[in-house]
Design a protein around this ligand. Sequence first.
Ligand code: PMP
Length: 360
Amino acid sequence: MTSDAQALVQQLIRPEIQALSAYHVPPAAGMIKLDAMENPFHLPEKLRDGVAEIAHGVALNRYPDASAAQLKVALRDAMKIPADSGVMLGNGSDELIQILAMAIARPGATILAIEPGFVMYRMIATFCGLRYVGVPLKEDLSLDVEATLAAIEREKPSLVFVAYPNNPTGNLFGADDIAAIIRATPGIVVVDEAYTPFAAGKSFMPRLAEFPNLVVMRTLSKLGLAALRLGYMAGAQALINELEKLRLPYNINSLTQAIATLVLKSSSALEAQAEIIVGERTRVFHELAGLAGVTVFRSQANFLLLRVPDARASFNALKDRQILVKCLHGAHPLLDNCLRVTIGTPAENDAFLNVLSEIL
Ligand code: PMP
């Protein structure tokens, strides 16, 4: 049986899929979890009461509202989405990246992204049989504008991803540079604003009308609602209308719709938490900068990238002390001996800093 199945795999599954490793999520039970850019704080008590009421009243026997109409109204309002732009919802922004890739998939079509960047851009290109071109950042992790514009000219990508701020580097590229990329690209440019809540309001959302090929993508995951899996993107209505055809029916479940609508109506509660996270980011940055052997990079996101003498050893030693961070050594040449740590609660950050200073 096993060898039959193996033969089937060889025969049917595309070689590039066989060569992939599945997206790895390490077990985290009992750990201080600083590896996935989640908001470390629970929802405020009052909102949790509202969630309990929703859970009690929701009609689980019925399919969700396929157009998620109420949620879209709340989202447009809370996130200041221009009234004449289209909006589309995904089961996390991961799903939206996949829908965008499916929409442009044809032989020879190309996705271009900045590297190191969010790994799903490359993975989803592979899922959809697309060419993928990564343009490296400069040694100091700043955007290589000339190289990016040259690659766009050469590769004529159908789809470009720029995360603003970038993951895993945490920095925010120049708005003028991104605007130049959008203008130079013959295809769609997705400005992925997953970390915008921590970037002092820097966003391309108000500039949608300027660029017909711009899509602004966001998520509620980093803001405190990772469990709900809700991503959204805004862009020209005509483009969103086409992308909507690729969305599976009912991709946003009823609990997510109702809970996200409730929370977005009180979004100041999440913004207040984001403010605490930004304050902690500054504190942790300065503490890390004072540790011998550590280089820490400036961040506009809810995490910090740091270089240590031996990232694998530090990762393992932290893990032995129940602290989970992300080891990026080996992920990209620019990330040698780098770790990425999500900003946690003040107590979690202290635990991380104490253990790191002990083990270095
Ligand atoms: N974009 C970027 C830049 C990210 O870092 C992430 C999550 N790590 C995502 C998108 C996906 O977020 P989600 O699917 O949770 O919305």
